[in-house]
Write a protein of this length. Structure first.
Length: 422
C-alpha cells in the first residue's frame, strides 16, 4: 500500500511539473504567435495590392488580386475541413508537440518565402499560399492543439481559468501586433510587417521546440487534484470507436450541442467578419483608416481585459451561468454594432464584448470531457469538431457579404431590403 501511494504521489508531482512547464511556455509563445499573426494579417492585403500594381494591372488587377486572396482563404478553410480529422488522429498517435510544431512551422516557412521573394508574380503566389496554409494547417489548428494540451494536464475545475488567461494573452498579442504592424507599414511599407512577423514566427517555433512539453501519453498520468473533489471520470479517453469520430459526436446529443455551439462562435470572430465590418465602419459611419484601426485596437483590448477576468467570473457565478451570461453579452454587443450611428454607438459595443470574452472556456472543457467519455481521443475529437468550425468559417464571410450587398445596393427592384447593420 505504501509503495502504491508513493507511486501516485510521484505521478501527481510529475503531472504538476508538466502543467507548470506548459503554462510557462504558452504564456510566452501564445502572445508572440498572435503578435506575428496580427502583423502579417495587416501587411498581407497591402502587399498583395502592391504586387498587383507592380504587375501593371491597374484597378482590374487589384480587384483580381483581392479575389485571389479571398479564394485562398476559402480554399484554406475547405482544406481544414477535409484534413482536420486526420490531423486529430495524428495528434493522438504522435503526440501534441509534433502537431504544435507542424502548425507553427508551416505558415512560418511561407512568411519567410514571401519576405525574400522579389518577383511580384512569384510573391503574389506565395502570399496566396501563405493564407491558404494559415487556414489549413496554421493558427486555428495550433489553437485547437493548445486547448487539447490544457485538457491533457489540468482537471476540469482548473481549465476555465487557464483558458481565460491564454485567451487574454492571445488578444494582447493581436492588439499589439495590429498597432505595431500598422505603424510600421505606414512608415516602411507593407513588406516590413511581413519581415518582422516572419522573424517573430521563427522565434515561436524555436521556443516550442525547446520548451513545449509533451502532454499526451497512451497511458496518461492521473490529472492533478487542485481541490478535495475526486476526478470521477477519465479526461483522456482512447480512440476505439468503430464509427468515425464525427459520426460518434453527431449522434450523441450532449456532444452535438457542445460542438455546434463552439462552431457557431466562429461567426463572431473578427477575422471572419473583418471585411464586412470594415466596410460598414467606412461606408456607413464614415470612419477612416485611423478610426478603423482604433476600433480594432479597442476590440482587442476589450477581449484582453475580459479574458483576464473570465476565469474569476466562472468561479463567482458558476459555469452554467457564465455560459449564458457571456453569450447574452455577445448578442448585445452585435446588436449595438449593427444599430450604431456614430463613434459613441461603436464605443457601446466594447463593454458587452468584454463581458462575452471567454465564452468558450467552459464549453471547450466539457466538450473534450464528453468526447473522452465516448471513447474518443482528445486530438481525434478536436479534429472532428474542426469540420463544423471550418464549415462556419467558409460560410460566414459569404453570408455576411451577401447581406451587406442587399443592405447597400438593394435587390433587383432597386430598393434596399435590409438595414445597413444587418
Amino acid at each position: 500500500m505504501a509503495d502504491s501511494k508513493e507511486g501516485i504521489d510521484d505521478q501527481e508531482l510529475a503531472q504538476k511539473t508538466k502543467a507548470t512547464r506548459l503554462d510557462r511556455c504558452l504564456k510566452l509563445t501564445v502572445p508572440l504567435s498572435f503578435f506575428a499573426g496580427a502583423m502579417v494579417m495587416n501587411g498581407r492585403p497591402l502587399l498583395v495590392l502592391r504586387c498587383a500594381d507592380d504587375l501593371g494591372g491597374g484597378a482590374d488587377g487589384r480587384a483580381v488580386a483581392r479575389a485571389g486572396l479571398a479564394q485562398a482563404a476559402a480554399l484554406g478553410s475547405l482544406a481544414e475541413l477535409l484534413i482536420s480529422p486526420w490531423l486529430g488522429r495524428f495528434s493522438d498517435s504522435n503526440g501534441r508537440k509534433p502537431s504544435a510544431l507542424l502548425f507553427a512551422a508551416m505558415p512560418t516557412l511561407t512568411r519567410i518565402l514571401a519576405t525574400v521573394t522579389r518577383s511580384p508574380k512569384a510573391r503574389l503566389r506565395v502570399l496566396y499560399l501563405d493564407l491558404f496554409l494559415l487556414r489549413a494547417v496554421g493558427q486555428m489548428q495550433l489553437e485547437g492543439t493548445i486547448q487539447t494540451m490544457i485538457s491533457d494536464v489540468l482537471p476540469s475545475n482548473a481549465q476555465p481559468k487557464a483558458r481565460s488567461q491564454l485567451g487574454a494573452l492571445k488578444f494582447l498579442g493581436v492588439l499589439l501586433g495590429s498597432d505595431v504592424g500598422g505603424r510600421i507599414a505606414a512608415k516602411y511599407g507593407p513588406g516590413a510587417p511581413y519581415a518582422i512577423g516572419s522573424a517573430v514566427s521563427c522565434l515561436c517555433v524555436a521556443f516550442f521546440a525547446a520548451c513545449l512539453p509533451e502532454t499526451h501519453r497512451q497511458r496518461p498520468l492521473k490529472p492533478i487534484a487542485l481541490h478535495t473533489e475526486a476526478v470521477t471520470s477519465s479526461l483522456q479517453g482512447t480512440s476505439g470507436s468503430r464509427e468515425g469520430a464525427l459520426w460518434t459526436l453527431l449522434h450523441d446529443p450532449k456532444a452535438f450541442f457542445l460542438m455546434t455551439a463552439l462552431a457557431l462562435q466562429e461567426a463572431s470572430l473578427l477575422p471572419q467578419i473583418n471585411e464586412v465590418s470594415s466596410a460598414f465602419l467606412r461606408e456607413q459611419l464614415g470612419f477612416g483608416p485611423l478610426g478603423i484601426g482604433r476600433f480594432v485596437a479597442g476590440f482587442g483590448m476589450a477581449n484582453f481585459l475580459g479574458g483576464l477576468f473570465a476565469g474569476r467570473l466562472v468561479e463567482s457565478v458558476g459555469a452554467d451561468r457564465h455560459v449564458s451570461l457571456s453569450h447574452l453579452a455577445l448578442m448585445l454587443a452585435f446588436l449595438a454594432w449593427g444599430t450604431a450611428r456614430g463613434s459613441l454607438g461603436i464605443a457601446a459595443v466594447l463593454p458587452p464584448l468584454a463581458l462575452s470574452a471567454g465564452k468558450d472556456i467552459v464549453l471547450q472543457g466539457r466538450f473534450l470531457a464528453r468526447s473522452s467519455e465516448l471513447g474518443l481521443g482528445r486530438g481525434e475529437a478536436t479534429g472532428a469538431a474542426k469540420v463544423l468550425s471550418a464549415s462556419v468559417r467558409i460560410a460566414t464571410p459569404v453570408i455576411l457579404a451577401k447581406l451587406y450587398t442587399l443592405a447597400t445596393t438593394g435587390n433587383r427592384a432597386g430598393r434596399s431590403r435590409l438595414p445597413p447593420g444587418t
